[in-house]
Design a protein around this ligand. Structure first.
Ligand code: NAD
Length: 485
């Protein structure tokens, strides 16, 4: 290894600069071959009037080096500031969030001494697509988007990760008993891709019981893959029960760029005091070194860090009243132990083949060159959503029955997903947001039939606020049935 690898570094806000300096010092002593390009992002940039928190020249550096090592950032409260993490993830297509959660008993107190699991969270889709609307005075909605290529990418990433890191099992969490189409697709893709990795054990849990199992018996898990929102929550629960959120690092991986950081924030309450634990960022650095093909440096730092903990050198967040050291003294303790291996903990050894970079470039064409699905899509009907706070369900229903034909027949009206017509219960609570389902009465219906229906509804002084086309795909329903339908 002779060439230095250019990486983009943001020292961050709050405790960021302290822990970044400590981490870079360790990397330098361990022989990391890196050429840092420092950029300013975060609080300073936000407060200078850039609501994204990231200036143009920072993007240039990121797109050039393709590796981003990031200190924590403070997001100022209010003022329309956008989350920098979400902006960076989405703009650079960082679809996989990888978070190892390891407990370090007996030196770090935890209820779960044998925990060693990795959460792989889908990072771009789901409810985080940010598509929200207020539709009536009483009702707002957020679109949950799950795509086949997005699910394939993340699930394949999880299996490749397991294979490369000698992990034995991949678990999938969804809520497909309720969200049969969206979470159902994620689970279906999981089952399909699992077949390509016969040596890896697989299982699926509904997210609620799965989350409870993480909290109760995390040692039963190995790699867990899940959609965005569940992953967001599960990864914090998992980090917390290892004993300290201050110890974990994370990677955000895309086809072209990858970002590495600590999982904690900028800890403004202890900023500038020199007491922050740099371990989370050190773990981010270890993941980055493996990614850029310097696994021996990563191994050296990781083992020295374990040895430091074993010798009870702790920052204040871990020491629980024992003597503690500051940020830089902790880094120096790690530096003194470079080249040593832990005795109580299992020493680690990263290999060149763990290089996630190679893995990405391999996954990219697999998804990009996928054959376009050859399915027959046929219009089956339309859901028309009405704003209404004057008519009863029966009044709307009878009116719409008259307006539906000849192309459509009114099937059902629901309110918050529950049937209110025909034959609704007076006990059912209703809002001003009514979903009216029309079924095509003949085959080969077209969008212009929907336009005709909408015109009739408009002329009858009913207020439609959106429509959702109903399709079948190869004869199978591409929409859920209303409760009670
Ligand atoms: P936080 O993680 O910054 O702090 C939570 C608590 O943990 C605090 O008491 C803090 O002192 C302690 N803590 C965190 N890291 C520590 C460390 N390395 N050593 C010792 N103690 C540590 O969470 P918060 O207070 O909710 O957020 C503060 C700011 O950080 C907010 O502006 C938030 O938006 C931002 N944030 C940024 C990121 C990121 O950049 N990835 C992540 C989370 C939060």
């Amino acid at each position: 290894m002779t060439n230095k690898r250019a990486i983009t570094i943001a020292r961050g806000d709050g405790i960021g600069p302290e822990i970044m300096d400590a981490t870079l010092k360790i990397m330098e002593h361990a022989g990391a071959m890196i050429e840092p390009e420092f950029i300013d992002i975060g609080e300073k940039v936000y407060l200078a009037g850039n609501s994204t928190g990231i200036p143009d020249e920072a993007w240039e550096s990121l797109r050039q080096t393709k590796v981003f090592f990031k200190g924590p950032i403070t997001t100022p409260q209010g003022g329309g500031y956008k989350s920098l993490n979400v902006t960076i993830r989405k703009t650079l297509g960082l679809y996989a969030n990888v978070r190892p959660n390891v407990s370090y008993a007996p030196f770090v107190e935890t209820k779960h001494p044998n925990m060693d699991l990795v959460i792989i969270r889908e990072n771009e889709e789901d409810l985080y697509a940010g598509i929200e609307h207020q539709q009536t005075p009483e009702v707002v909605q957020c679109l949950k988007l799950i795509t086949r290529p997005g699910s394939e990418k993340i699930v394949r990433y999880a299996f490749e990760y397991a294979r490369k890191n000698n992990r034995k099992k991949v678990t999938c969490f969804t809520k497909d008993n309720i969200m049969k189409l969206t979470d159902g697709l994620f689970h279906k893709v999981f089952k399909e891709i699992a077949k390509e990795y016969p040596e890896i054990e697989t299982e699926h849990w509904i997210i609620d019981i799965g989350m409870a199992k993480i909290a109760d018996s995390p040692q039963d898990f190995d790699v867990i893959v899940m959609p965005n929102l569940y992953g967001d929550i599960a990864s914090d629960v998992a980090a917390q029960i290892t004993g300290s959120v201050g110890l974990a690092g994370s990677a955000n991986i895309g086809d072209h760029v990858a970002m590495f950081e600590a999982i904690h924030g900028s800890a403004p309450d202890i900023a500038g005091k020199g007491i922050a634990n740099p371990s989370g960022l050190i773990h981010g650095a270890i993941m980055m070194l493996v990614h850029i093909g310097q696994p021996e440096v990563a191994t050296k730092i990781h083992n020295a860090w374990l040895k430091t903990l074993e010798e009870r050198v702790f920052t204040g967040d871990i020491s629980k009243g024992e003597k503690s050291v500051g940020t830089m003294a902790f880094a120096e303790a790690v530096i003194e132990r470079l080249g040593q291996k832990p005795e109580t903990y299992q020493p680690v050894e990263y290999k060149q083949t763990d290089n996630a970079n190679e893995q990405n470039t391999k996954l990219d064409p697999a998804v990009k060159n996928r054959p376009k699905p050859d399915v027959v899509r046929a219009l089956d009907g339309v859901d028309v959503f009405l704003f209404n706070n004057e008519h009863t369900p029966d009044e709307i229903g009878e009116k719409l029955e008259e307006l539906a034909g000849p192309e459509f027949s009114l099937k059902v009206i629901t309110n918050r997903g529950v049937k209110v017509y025909p034959g609704g219960f007076p006990e059912t609570f209703t809002t001003d947001h009514w979903r009216c389902r029309f079924q095509l009465t003949q085959k080969n219906g077209e969008n212009k039939d929907i336009v005709g229906l909408l015109n009739r509804i408009h002329d009858a002084n009913l207020d439609f606020i959106k429509t959702e086309n109903l399709y079948t795909f190869d004869g199978e329903l591409g929409y859920s049935l209303g409760q009670g339908q």
